[in-house]
Design a protein around this ligand. Structure first.
Ligand SMILES: *Cc1c(COP(=O)(O)O)cnc(C)c1O
Length: 387
């Protein structure tokens, strides 16, 4: 079966008693034991829940992994994985990174004695130089958020193996429909399933997928011990969203390519970042390791004064903080998703005050482009004349 079919088949007929096509939501927190020392496979819902099992099996299959784990949020997924590490351990992390992950590492886990080095992972020599005796893992985001920089997952995973380090990939931006890091040598994949996997801007969820029996057992233990698991209703919503992942991703990326090409031509725009554009510096690596580019497009306007006018004039595209849903959203990373990164770090990375991030939805592309263009045109007007 192809991925599209596997996703559609999630849970179909798995509720054997009823044959339900849509797998039911099991709210029960406790399950009867048939006899002393026996279990149906379900005892207490934190450890395992039938609806969650369907979701966890589906994401494990989609990512070519051995086990899947559903968490209360993307951050809960990251935190659960970090439970693998102990005081004194060091991790190497993508320099351009989701702000919430940076905040968890720097403001929470650093107090537990973990240390993190932020490295531009496009530079394999810099990565090699950052490895020290305490290094235990490399944490990769590719494409990075929000600058869409591409890391060569195969190269990173190969180096990691040579040094007995784990490779952990946040695959939120591309989803298994476009990129399967475990097939490229990574050990753990995680997701903010809140984004493309759920796909409708209405579920908060995280997923982890592991490769190998030993690692899967370690994460299973942490998932149950920490307890940041996903509730059954949200598991069901996420299963439902994932059934249409393939269709949505196709439309997200065809729309995003049109938007990126059009933005490039607009006089109010200084720079466009989209890995699907042939001139994008990471395009070749991206094409080698991914089958698509998803719907995330960032761009810089020419003048910081344009930002307020542009955001205020958007009508179809919502000025809102998330991504991956059917509705187009525009985010201002400097004050929203990346606000917790100190300004000097942010500016060094390139997340400046002229940068905007679009999550291109699945509307008709003409409507999205028209909305962006009228807002960009409005952003150029100062005191009645064009800037
Ligand atoms: C949103 C996001 C997260 C955090 O996920 P939540 O579901 O919001 O907790 C982590 N990584 C990336 C790349 C994200 O976009």
């Amino acid at each position: 079966m192809k991925l599209e079919t596997k996703l559609i088949q999630a849970g179909v007929g798995k509720d054997e008693k009823t044959g339900a096509v849509s797998f039911p939501v099991y709210y029960a927190t406790a399950y009867r034991h048939p006899a002393l020392g026996q279990s149906t496979g379900y005892d207490y819902t934190r450890t395992a829940n039938p609806t969650r099992t369907i979701l966890e099996e589906t994401i494990a299959i989609a990512e070519s992994g051995d086990a899947g784990f559903a968490c209360a949020s993307g951050m809960a997924a990251v935190h659960t994985v970090m439970g693998l590490f102990s005081q004194g351990d060091h991790l190497i992390v993508s320099l351009d990174l989701y702000g919430g992950t940076y905040r968890l590492f720097e403001q929470v886990l650093s107090r537990y004695g973990l240390t993190f080095s932020y490295v531009d992972l496009r530079d394999i020599v810099a990565l090699k130089n950052a490895i020290c005796p305490d290094t235990k893992a490399i944490f990769v985001e590719t494409p990075t958020n929000p600058l869409m920089q591409i890391t060569d997952i195969r190269a990173v995973a190969q180096l990691a193996k040579q040094h007995s380090l784990l490779t952990i990939v946040d695959n939120t931006f591309l989803t298994p429909y476009c990129q399967r890091p475990l097939e490229l040598g990574a050990d753990i994949v995680l997701h903010s399933a809140t984004k493309y996997l759920a796909g409708h801007n209405d579920v908060l969820a995280g997923l982890i997928v592991t490769k190998g029996e030993e690692l899967s057992e370690k994460i299973r233990f942490l998932h149950n011990s920490i307890g940041a698991v996903l509730g059954p209703q949200d598991c069901w919503l996420l299963i439902r969203g994932m059934k249409t992942l393939a269709l949505r991703m196709e439309r997200h990326q065809s729309n995003a390519l049109i938007v990126a090409e059009k933005l490039r031509e607009h006089p109010a725009v200084a720079e466009v970042f989209y890995p699907g554009l042939p001139e994008h510096p990471g395009h070749e690596i991206q094409v080698n390791q991914a089958t698509g580019h998803s719907g995330m497009v960032s761009f810089r306007v020419r003048d910081v004064e344009q930002v307020g006018l542009f955001l205020q004039n958007l009508q179809i595209v919502s000025f809102a903080e998330s991504l991956g849903g059917v509705e187009s959203l525009c985010t201002y990373p400097a004050t929203q998703t990346h606000a917790d990164i100190p300004q000097e770090v942010r500016e060094h990375v390139g997340v400046c005050y002229r940068l905007l991030r679009l999550s291109v939805g699945i509307e008709h592309p003409d409507d999205v482009v028209a909305d962006l263009f009228q807002a960009l045109n409005a952003s150029l007007v100062v005191g009645g004349s064009v800037r």
